[in-house]
Ligand binder design. Structure first.
Ligand code: ZN
Length: 422
């Protein structure tokens, strides 16, 4: 149990931004002999092989092909997202005020703002440079400096514990870079990249510097940033890469950027990345469009994203019969208004895999007086016309800089995913 959870801690510690998530996955796939397919090249797909394709450095789809392609072949896909709520660096990033150098950031996704104060923050992501020949080059970067967004002392904010801490995202959320005049941000990046090429642009995000750990008296908890949704990414990655190629099926895991901001981007789940990949595999196998839709109708998509565990201090926010607990197995998420994609057929099939893997499962439906979150599930189901379920492990502190989940759950969900990929 703990070995599996510790592998997740290492994965998250290495994967600070969506770009680094894809880099970590790609390094793992290369070591396991997956071949890269490029979107701007022709694809040759053979039986009994392992492949992956990336888009815009922050999304990646990996798959293995069956020993034999036949009319029994289906797609078995697990989807998740590579991004997490964060603070993104603006285009004119540095300002100075009252003797401090400040970093200008935008809020990326549904950040639990208060959790980002008084934490040691780092900065990283992707930078584009222009070389001597006028060519653009992309670089991944992590800056080594610890930055801070400090709270106001309670002496100057006496009512804060009664009235609540309500930070203004424009006027209070400035990571402090140092003292003195405004630093030249481009030369900071050049220094870190050890290059003199011109800095053209960046996609840089803040992240927590504190390493992940196990906690609780029996190490029953995982304490980590970005568990939503790197826990689901890691679980499906482990399940797929540790599974043998199937006799009949194409086993796939698809990881998308920008779920936290609605998935409508070049490489979000609302893009054509998933569909284009299926179409290109189909074309490379010399199959007709009709055959592709025959295959898709028999296929299955698991949308894996984290679920809300019951919090003993706030039991009123859960429906009385739907209170997921940690370390009690994956949560099947359903919603009458289809904010989750699960339906009768997809739930029944998923329960069969849980039963076969001897893994318990739980249910989540929202309390009727609360708004329901959503996932990539409904989007992929409607776009592809593929039977889809929404599931995920129970966690607390979702969208806090530091989240919390169950140690045993991680192994349990991997066991179900392995059964799915059998
Ligand atoms: Zn999520």
């Amino acid at each position: 149990m703990k070995k599996t959870a510790k592998a997740l801690l290492k994965f998250i510690d290495e994967s600070q931004t969506a770009f680094h998530v894809v880099e970590t996955i790609e390094n793992d796939l290369k070591s396991k002999k997956h071949q890269e397919l490029k979107e701007d090249e022709d694809w040759k797909i053979e039986a009994n092989q392992k492949y992956y394709v990336k888009r815009a450095d922050a999304s990646i789809i990996l798959f293995t092909t069956p020993k034999n392609f036949s009319n029994k072949t289906t797609y078995k896909i697990i989807g998740a997202h590579t991004d997490s709520p964060s603070l993104k660096v603006k285009s004119n990033p540095v300002s100075s005020k009252e003797g401090y150098q400040l970093l200008n950031i935008e809020i990326y996704g549904g950040v639990l703002l208060t959790s980002w104060f008084d934490k040691d923050l780092n900065l990283g992501g992707r930078v584009y440079t222009e070389n001597q020949k006028g060519e653009l080059e992309s670089h991944l970067v992590r800056l080594p400096y610890k930055l801070r967004i400090p709270r106001l002392a309670i002496h100057m904010d006496r009512g804060v514990n009664q009235e609540g801490f309500k930070p203004n995202p424009q006027t209070h959320m400035f990571p402090f870079m140092g003292l003195g005049k405004e630093a030249d941000f481009e030369s900071i990046l050049q220094k870190q990249l050890k290059i003199k090429d011109k800095i053209m642009s960046w996609d840089l995000y803040m992240y927590d510097t504190e390493p992940c750990s196990l906690g609780g008296m029996n190490e029953e908890f995982i304490y980590a940033p970005r568990l939503d949704n790197l826990a689901s990414v890691h679980a499906s990655l482990v399940a797929l890469t540790e599974s043998k190629n199937s006799a009949d099926d194409i086993m796939m895991a698809s990881y998308f950027h920008n779920e936290e901001v609605g998935s409508s981007s070049q490489n979000g789940a609302g893009s054509n990345f998933q569909e284009a990949t299926l179409r290109r595999i189909n074309a490379a196998l010399g199959k007709t469009e009709s055959e592709m839709y025959e295959t898709i109708s028999k296929s299955y998509f698991i949308s894996a994203d984290m679920a809300h565990a019951i919090h003993p201090g706030y039991t009123q926010v859960h429906d009385v019969n739907h209170k997921p607990e940690m370390n009690k197995g994956p949560v099947i998420k359903s919603n009458a208004n289809v904010r989750y994609a699960s339906d009768g057929l997809s739930i029944a099939k998923f329960k069969q895999w849980c039963n076969a893997a001897n893994v318990p499962y739980q249910y989540f439906n929202i309390s009727n007086d609360m708004g329901c979150g959503s996932t990539i599930g409904p989007m992929t189901a409607s776009r592809l016309g593929i039977p889809t379920i929404d599931i995920g492990n129970a966690m607390l502190s979702m969208h806090s800089i530091r989240e919390m989940a169950g140690t045993e759950d991680h192994k349990l969900i991997i066991d179900v995913f392995k059964e799915f990929y059998k």
